[in-house]
Ligand binder design. Structure first.
Ligand code: SF4
Length: 467
């Protein structure tokens, strides 16, 4: 019988895309996916190292899953992703039942690693023969015989690997660039995912065509700095333009761009190519030039403000979202006030707001974490309250306007409605029935901070673009 693999994913959308790629790759080696961990021969958690909270969740979950191993001899338990790359020593100490650890550049070698581990069938075998270049492991960890492959490979782009997408999924995620060269002082990504490497443009276009052939109506390009994409003369704006021409593709969007890499050409293709959704995530992080400089973000508040104005002037009805960190080392009350005022002024449709927490390996982690946690929490609560008010106001501004909703399925409520996303990536519900992948048009009659409620304008079938 084919061995069964169970995967759980934590963190950003790139990890979810990696999970689909891992499933496609091990699937080509004979593994079948199971959604029931008790039936699995291999359990793999694809993890995130961006925030401490996510790490604690993963360790708790691994500890739970380790109990299944006792009841199912031969089952192997592994960890992949950024946390595997970054905290393998600590995790293997805390979860001694862990059998293997693979970093983000080691997935191509995963089937071979699993073969070694599973054919050994015993934890007394020296799995380290498969791959182990962890210079930080202690003699005690080496004695635990955990197979480890965390080698960063600057040439690995997985361009030729197939992704196993969820059947019937309306949206497909395509990673177009891996790694990051920016080295913001708070961020661990360049250390755990390595340097930037773009996929060849032909490989990206092939993946877009494959996603549409699998039934996706919308494709989202992914990258830690997605708009740093370049393959020879083809930059990110041209890549978008070429991908948008894929027959059957209704919408194309991308995340997450870096503000310093947003070019006039990118803004222009967002205006000129209807398939490219009018939605842009622009992570500002702080409204203080002093803090931005310490974060090494590569722009000033004035430059960011100009960029927002240019995008809003050029791309009709564009939705803007952002990221903000409060309580960064050295953030004064005045710095924080500047951030609050900038959010008030720029009125983003959505914002992802966080308290700073130090990540080892980063430069900021070597500085004094000067803002007390209670003060960080106070600052965070205030910007959350502000942003909730702004998001609700911006959504209410859609009342009376007609929107196109790409249907993802029945709405949980109200009954008799379908739910999906507008081009601006706002969740919307529309009365009536329509198949996933259909675009329906409705007039917005009410709005909350998170959802538009629309009344159908026309029979859904009339706008069916799914085929
Ligand atoms: S741009 Fe900065 S925040 Fe984004 S992934 Fe790179 S280092 Fe991290």
């Amino acid at each position: 019988m084919a061995p069964a693999i169970y995967l759980e994913t934590y963190g950003c959308q790139m990890n979810f895309a990696d999970t689909e790629m891992i499933l496609g790759h091990v699937g080509d080696s004979g593994y079948v996916r199971t959604v029931d961990p008790t039936l699995a021969d291999v359990i793999l958690l694809n993890t995130c190292a961006i925030r401490e909270h996510a790490e604690e969740r993963v360790i708790g979950r691994l500890t739970d899953l380790a109990r299944l191993k006792a009841a199912r001899p031969g089952m192997v338990l592994g960890m992949a992703g950024c946390m595997a790359q970054h905290h393998r020593s600590a995790v293997t100490r805390r979860v001694p039942m862990l059998d293997f650890v693979v970093g983000p550049d080691a997935y191509r070698r995963l089937p071979a690693l699993l073969d070694v581990i599973r054919s050994a069938r015993t934890r007394t075998t020296d799995f380290r023969a498969a791959a182990d270049d962890d210079p930080n492991s202690t003699p005690a960890q080496r004695g635990a015989r955990i197979a480890t492959d965390v080698r960063l490979d600057p040439s690995e782009d997985y361009a030729d690997l197939r992704s196993a997408r969820t059947p019937g999924a309306v949206r497909a995620w395509v990673t177009v660039i891996r790694g990051c060269d920016k080295f913001c002082t708070f961020c661990v990504v360049p250390y755990v995912r390595g340097r930037e490497r773009s996929l060849p443009v032909d490989a990206v276009l092939r993946q877009v065509r494959a996603a549409v052939a699998d039934g996706a109506s919308e494709v989202v390009f992914l990258g830690q700095t997605v708009n740093a994409y370049r393959d020879g003369a083809c930059d990110f704006a041209e890549l978008l333009q070429r991908a948008a021409a894929t027959p059957g593709l209704a919408r194309l969007r991308f995340t997450s761009p870096h503000p310093a890499d947003v070019t006039p050409a990118l803004i222009d293709v967002m205006r000129d190519v209807p398939v490219i959704a009018p939605q842009l995530h622009l992570p500002v992080q702080s409204g203080s030039d002093a803090v931005l400089a310490r974060m090494a973000r590569g722009y000033t508040v004035a430059a960011f403000r100009d960029l927002v104005a240019r995008v809003r002037d050029t791309v009709p009805d564009v939705a803007l979202s952002t990221d903000v960190i409060v309580g960064f080392p050295g953030e004064t009350g005045a710095d924080y006030d500047a951030t609050y005022r900038l959010l008030e002024e720029l009125r983003f449709d959505q914002a992802y707001l966080y308290k700073y927490s130090p990540r080892s390996l980063t430069r900021a982690a070597t500085w004094e974490d000067s803002v007390p946690d209670a003060e960080k929490s106070r600052r965070l609560s205030a910007v959350i309250a502000l942003q909730e008010r702004i998001a609700a106001e911006r959504n209410r501004a859609w009342i009376g306007r007609s929107v196109e909703v790409l249907v993802e399925g029945p709405a949980r409520r109200p009954a008799g409605h379908v739910a999906g996303k507008t081009p601006q990536y706002t969740t919307a519900v529309v009365n009536g029935d329509a198949a996933p992948g259909t675009i329906v048009r409705g007039t917005v009659i009410a709005a909350t901070g998170h959802t538009l409620i629309a009344s159908a304008d026309a029979p859904a079938a009339a706008l069916d673009l799914a085929g």
